[in-house]
Design a protein around this ligand. Structure first.
Ligand code: FES
Length: 108
């Protein structure tokens, strides 16, 4: 596992997603309630991009058919056995520079 910088905190918009492709991962980064979250971007239903969806009640909602995944748990609303991968996330405050959003990604 390694902490990887994904984007500057300042580019995130509350309740919206941002797509980030890095080190072979396709990720959706969200800002919800001032907290950053990172989940897999690909919706397991039919491959929609979760990063282009919005956040409702702490869930990323896929625009294609409205499946909603918890930003913390990755669980599908109403069907918790269906889940997407979530990643530990942290903010890197670099003393006078922009704050970075980082995720802990597995290294293979
Ligand atoms: S592709 Fe995401 S809900 Fe259908």
């Amino acid at each position: 596992m390694a902490w990887v910088s994904l984007c500057e905190l300042g580019v995130l918009v509350e309740g919206r997603g941002k797509y980030v492709e890095i080190e072979g991962y396709q990720l959706a980064v969200f800002l919800d309630g001032g907290e950053a979250y990172v989940i897999d971007n690909r919706c397991p239903h039919a491959g929609g991009s979760l990063a282009v969806g919005d956040v409702e009640d702490g869930r990323a909602v896929c625009r294609w058919h409205q499946w909603a995944f918890g930003l913390k748990s990755g669980e599908l609303k109403g069907r918790p056995l269906v889940r997407i991968r979530t990643y530990r996330t942290r903010l890197l405050d670099r003393a006078g520079k922009t704050v970075l959003v980082q995720a802990e990604l597995p290294t293979y």
